[in-house]
Design a protein around this ligand. Structure first.
Ligand code: ADP
Ligand code: MG
Length: 230
């Protein structure tokens, strides 16, 4: 699996319809996204970053074009197959962390694993390993309100990691954090790509975040106008 592209995107277009108005959010994008890499999408507000990420995360349905995930065509899967991919292969991190406030850090990680119906001992092993990888094992009994913004985002990263996904998808994961904390989160994500071989695909408007990417795709008006390798 390691030599293949994570995503192969061919002739992808996507339109929102608002009444009689059509908004072309993605216009004919064809790109290869390599696996085991940190990939960023940059571009001005409204350039289509979130839309593209939502399509890759199988949150927004496909309209035109084709997407391969490794070698599998995922453009027109049934809801059941999409759910399965989201459940086992794709982890998500959000700008606002989306933790459950009444649960501890460890419970937050375990709760999201419950959908995979793993044996309890495996759930325990994975959540411990994930919390250790983000440096939060000592804080596992704390609830989100007892943690800093950076620590909350680490819990969210642990939650995504514990799935042992092929890819973690993150829309503006550092946008709610100050620069220094944002850097720490990016250092951690960079480290996880190297150590765990997971791929990370994220959007950002922050030039600092972009410097962490192996490959950056710059969007404008729904098109990829530049691909930059580091
Ligand atoms: N749910 C929606 N309904 C209608 N238009 C939308 C919706 N979401 C985004 N758009 C429009 O699609 C375009 C791309 O938006 P988006 O993908 O959110 O860009 P970005 O994340 O780069 O800011 C913009 O013109 C935006 O206004
Ligand atoms: Mg956006």
């Amino acid at each position: 699996m390691t030599n293949k592209n994570l995503f192969t995107i061919k002739d992808l277009s996507f339109c929102y319809t608002l009444g009689t108005q059509k908004i072309e959010a993605i216009r004919d994008i064809s790109i290869d996204i390599p696996s085991q890499s940190l990939i960023t999408f940059t571009g001005p507000s409204g350039s289509g970053k979130s839309t593209l990420l939502n399509i890759l995360g199988l949150i927004e349905p496909m309209q035109e074009g084709q997407i391969l995930f490794f070698d599998e065509e995922i453009s027109h899967l049934s809801e059941r197959k999409k759910n399965k991919l989201r459940k086992f292969k794709i982890g998500f991190i959000f700008q606002q962390f989306h933790l459950i406030p009444v649960l501890t850090a460890e419970e937050n990680v375990k709760y999201f694993l419950s959908r995979q119906k793993l044996p309890r001992i495996e759930v325990k092993r994975r959540s411990k390993e994930a919390l250790e990888s983000v440096g939060l094992w000592e804080h596992r009994m704390k609830k989100p309100t007892e943690l800093s913004g950076g620590q909350r985002q680490r819990v969210a990263i642990a939650r995504a990691l514990a799935k042992e996904p092929e890819v973690i998808i993150a829309d503006e994961p550092t946008a709610s954090l100050d620069q220094e904390t944002g850097r720490e989160i990016m250092d951690l994500l960079r480290h996880l790509v190297r150590e765990k071989g997971v791929s990370i695909v994220l959007t950002t408007h922050d030039p600092m975040v972009r410097t962490y990417a192996d490959t950056n795709f710059h969007l404008q008006d729904g098109r990829v106008i530049r691909e930059e390798q580091s």
